[in-house]
Unconditional design. Structure first.
Length: 230
């Protein structure tokens, strides 16, 4: 009997992991950003690599000494930089982990020239929302996209479910605000069919390295099923 399986099990799954904040410039010195350390995304990148996946990291302006020895990394500053990288890179990968914490707002128009002096008249800044990135990516039927949500605990799951629909992702890794810039995480995985996976007890915090390995393991069956004909 001939084998009609078109999958390529010998080729490692290719992961693209974004991490860290974006900095949306005000002038050539100041910016609008957030306190994302990039740690969770980097731990997921390491955990995926432990499964023999090929992993490329897209890193925002964060400082993680371990990343200096990572062989496959590209840097971005603003959401526009990240959007351009993803548009160029995503077609070549199977899995996207969108752990980058993209700023919600940017200054309308071009950044102000030079540095605004402290003794100058304070500028009036008009802000506009940063355009959605993941929800507008062109993805193939056999690509798997993981979104992220960072919200207060009392709105965490509801927000994650809203983002599932808005961002058109396969699942959402939901984290409470307490995980921001922390070494620990209480991440849950929210699926479109209503399932919520937790590591241990709900609201239980664990080292991000341990949580990252759990996330990669929990996602593996769904990734294998969706990306099997890559």
């Amino acid at each position: 009997m001939s084998n009609t399986n078109t999958s390529k099990p010998d080729r490692p799954t290719r992961w693209l992991v974004t991490l860290g904040p974006t900095h949306e410039p005000i002038d050539q010195v100041r910016f609008i950003g957030n306190r994302s350390s990039g740690r969770m995304g980097f731990e997921i990148a390491k955990a995926a690599k432990e499964t023999n996946a090929q992993v490329r990291v897209l890193a925002g302006p964060c400082s993680l000494p371990e990343m200096n020895s990572w062989n496959d990394v590209a840097r971005f500053q603003s959401a526009a930089d990240l959007r351009k990288l993803l548009n160029n890179e995503w077609p070549n990968f199977d899995v996207l982990v969108m752990a980058a914490a993209v700023a919600d707002w940017r200054v309308v128009g071009a950044p102000l020239e030079g540095k605004i002096r402290r003794d100058a008249t304070p500028p009036m800044l008009q802000l506009e929302p940063v355009a959605e990135i993941v929800g507008h990516l062109q993805s193939r039927h056999n690509q798997f996209v993981v979104g992220f949500a960072l919200e207060p605990k009392d709105d965490l799951l509801a927000s994650a479910r809203r983002k599932l629909a808005a961002k058109k992702v396969d699942c959402i890794v939901a984290n409470s605000l307490e995980t921001l810039d922390s070494t620990h995480s209480d991440a849950q995985i929210v699926w479109g069919d209503g399932r919520v996976l937790t590591q241990g007890h709900v609201n239980e915090f664990a080292e991000k390295s341990s949580v990252a390995r759990w996330i990669v393991q929990a996602l593996s069956p769904a990734i294998a099923q969706k990306c099997g004909d890559r």
